[in-house]
Design a protein around this ligand. Structure first.
Ligand SMILES: Cc1cc2nc3c(=O)[nH]c(=O)nc-3n(C[C@H](O)[C@H](O)[C@H](O)COP(=O)(O)OP(=O)(O)OC[C@H]3O[C@@H](n4cnc5c(N)ncnc54)[C@H](O)[C@@H]3O)c2cc1C
Length: 436
């Protein structure tokens, strides 16, 4: 954890997730690697731990291995915003209205799954249904939101609704947007507490959750797999890869299909209650309609604003300072009155995108995988972990709507998204063009 220096940082500002103040991912000391385990799960985030929980509860011997501490990846760094998947509707329509309906319906199951797990395992993670508001950057964007609702309602009922600009202050204290879209059943949670609670629940159910262990190879034997951790090996009947945006070169099949994209968040210092009441009257989860998205929310205790979006820099000097400055600038466009408010935390993490913008689960040469949540993975990763576990157990009653979707790469893509800077530039230019 490094400190951050600069005119708009607090004196004790850090380059570390705000969430880690309450629940920093930790590795249990002196974990011993087993030589055998019925199931080995690579990656201890929402996907891996939900899978571990379902498998261990069904009596399977499960070992979860994470290269860092369990939960260290995107699962303890995200915005903590989770809701139904109306935004996926248009993408899913490429497969027809039946598939689109099935995919959106499944997003409600995913949301319910998180609520059930949190409830059943008594995970203290500030889960609360507060709703969501997506501000339209232009009048045209507002019309496009309405047109999308019309398209959805031709296929299925939808409780999302438009909020015209004149009523916007009921949702958010800004004139920056031209109205927007409200989604009532959206929720917020504390992601680091959720993932820490999942790890504990999986351990209670009998899973062996081990941090600080990087899997270096997975080799298929006749009827088993050999999972290598450096020179040590674990023999497993089944393997699940749950590494999403941190996948790296371990499994080339996934490396060629997952596009790792960095996203970053800043947290403000605590704000007066009256300011929070004015800026975020309903304590909603919030976002803007840009193609290069911004997302923001109040902290669960309602005292700070957490504001996320794309990173400006991925390497070089003062990466954190440059990215924090960029996010702060975007925040001030929405809330100019925060110009004197200082930033206490900056952090980033890796999301896993896919070429078809949909998440995928399945099996390749006997190895199971679940990944590609395209930046929206709290509910989906949790659900995918659970569903892939059911599949591994052979007890899946209702296959996921995603299971039969083709999972494709692109020629010349081998895990380094060389096209990303160009794509971001292109989308930002289109955003600016729309706003002219
Ligand atoms: C800044 C940010 C904001 C986000 N905001 C939201 C949001 O508001 N709402 C939402 O729904 N989603 C959000 N997301 C996305 C969401 O966090 C992810 O989709 C989700 O956490 C993915 O979970 P996962 O378990 O699949 O992967 P991760 O949580 O990323 O876990 C993967 C793990 O695999 C481990 N690993 C990698 N390679 C190996 C190896 N070889 N051996 C062992 N372990 C390995 C890593 O150490 C890591 O801990 C956000 C993501 C980021 C980064």
């Amino acid at each position: 954890m490094t400190t951050l220096k600069g005119p708009f940082f607090t004196d004790d500002a850090v380059n570390a997730p705000y969430w880690w103040e309450a629940a920093k991912p930790a590795t249990s000391a002196e974990a011993v690697l087993p030589s055998r385990s019925e199931v080995v799960i690579v990656g201890g985030g929402f996907t891996g731990l939900n899978a571990a929980l379902t498998l261990a509860k069904a009596g399977r011997e499960v070992t979860v291995l994470d290269a860092e501490a369990p939960g260290w990846g995107a699962s303890s760094r995200n915005g903590g915003m989770l809701g139904p998947g109306w935004a996926t509707f248009d993408t899913a329509m490429a497969y027809g209205p039946e598939k689109a309906r099935a995919i959106v319906t499944e997003s409600f199951h995913a949301l319910q799954h998180v609520k059930d797990v949190v409830d059943r395992e008594r995970i203290d993670c500030d889960l609360s249904v507060v709703g969501y508001f997506r501000g339209a950057m232009t009048p045209r964007a507002y019309d496009a939101m309405g047109a999308q609702l019309d398209r959805i309602r031709k296929v299925m009922p939808c409780d999302a609704y438009l909020v015209p600009r004149v009523e916007q202050h009921g949702e958010i204290g800004t004139d920056f947007y031209h109205g927007g879209l409200a989604i009532p059943r959206y929720a917020g949670l504390h992601p680091a507490r959720y993932v820490a609670g999942l790890a504990k629940a999986a351990e209670r159910a009998g899973a062996n959750v081990i941090g600080g262990v990087r899997v270096t190879a997975i080799e298929r034997q006749v009827a088993t797999f050999r999972v290598a951790v450096g020179k040590q090996q674990i023999e497993a009947k089944q393997v699940l890869i749950a590494t999403n945006g941190y996948s790296g070169p371990l499994y080339p099949f996934l490396q060629r299909r997952i596009i790792p994209i960095r996203s970053a968040i800043i947290a403000t210092e605590p704000l007066p209650a009256a300011t929070m009441d004015r800026l975020m009257p309903k304590r909603r989860m919030l976002a803007g309609s840009q193609r290069v998205v911004t997302y923001y929310r109040p902290s669960p205790d309602g005292t700070r604003i957490l504001f996320g979006g794309r990173v400006l820099k991925v390497s070089g000097e003062n990466v954190a300072q440059a990215n924090a400055a960029h996010l702060r600038k975007q925040m001030l466009q929405i809330f100019p009155e925060l110009s004197e408010t200082r930033i206490s935390h900056y952090w980033h993490g890796q999301t896993g995108f896919t070429f078809d913008k949909l998440p995928h689960m399945g099996q390749h040469e006997g190895v199971h995988y679940a990944c590609g949540y395209n930046g929206t993975g709290i509910a989906r990763a949790s659900w995918f972990g659970h569903k892939i576990a059911e599949r591994m157990l052979g007890i899946e009653r209702q296959p996921s709507a995603y299971e039969d979707l083709p999972f494709r790469s692109r020629p010349l893509y081998y895990g380094k998204p060389w096209f990303l800077p160009l794509a971001v530039l292109f989308y930002e230019m289109r955003d600016r063009w729309d706003q002219r």
